[in-house]
Design a protein around this ligand. Sequence first.
Ligand code: P6P
Length: 359
Amino acid sequence: MVCGVKTLGQFIIEKQSDFPYAKGELSRLLRDIGIASKIVNREVNKAGLVDILGDMGTTNIQGEEQKKLDVYANEQFIAALTSGGECCIVATEEEDEIIHIESPVSQNAKYIVCIDPLDGSSNTDVNVAVGTIFSIYRRKTIDGRAVLEDVLQKGTQQVAAGYVIYGSSTMLVYTTGKGVNGFTLDPSIGEFCLSHPNMRIPECGYMYSVNEGNYGHFPDGVKKYIKYCQVEDESTKRPYTSRYIGSMVGDIHRNLIKGGIYIYPTTSRSPNGKLRLLYECNPMALIIEQAGGKATTGFERILDIEPTELHQRVPIFIGSKKMVEKAEEMMLMYTEKSPAENKVADAKLNDLGVVGGID
Ligand code: P6P
């Protein structure tokens, strides 16, 4: 214990006994990610002071402008995972294809890391919280060079998942399938220290996070859920508060602590949703489920989706269990219904106290 607190390193070793088959590899992998996070944190914190803001003048496979800071973050995580020797493939938002880690120390590496090195990076220029999201799998193939099949695994197969939030403080939150624990970086000793043991998301919250600018392009079920959130009803503490900061890690971290729901549904511009399954939705879904919450596409559990493509996008409804269930109820009521069926659904919704039409 460093000055009375438990560091991430000590915690990981203490929990190593949770993994009979792991001989410390997963522990070292989590350590490598922690180290890279501290290096990225240093640059994020001084981004305004050095020429690391702004655009690289390049775009990633998503067609998104690459910020200097997310390219830097991508390089740091790949370097840390390469030198750590436990990772054989990195799938990152910033690279079109999977990256094979081939170094003398990675010959017997068993782990796959899917990562969004700096989610919400467009916020770095305006000092809003950004984050790193990571997901860890064991490779499925036994020997030889790992392949794409080792990466395209369902979210239920993750051995660990986590995020780092670079906000008013820097926190690393992760799960290995046995609960969720949060560590706050103490800059004075350069260590992530256990600050939020056994995190649980409130079963019901009073905040909803969605980009209402896309309202006109939302499915009817989402429109109805937003209206439900806005109705005056003391017994359910509605209207809820709308909070959306344009950074998934920031919105979901707040909802994990205070309760709430984050929704990125299909829209006309993003017919499959915007968020990526492998390195955004799956890791956040595992964390939130482990904390007692729920994560679905509005119809299907995120973790059960069989991935088909590396940068596959899915719609996501994630957060407090009862809030996600209410949103799912609306999605079922209003999906592909005829006007007549919608009238029946409207009548039901009125019984639920949601008045007023969709638009
Ligand atoms: P929009 C950031 O680009 C991100 O991937 C998430 O972190 C964030 O919640 C969302 O996209 C914001 O997207 O379309 O609302 O600006």
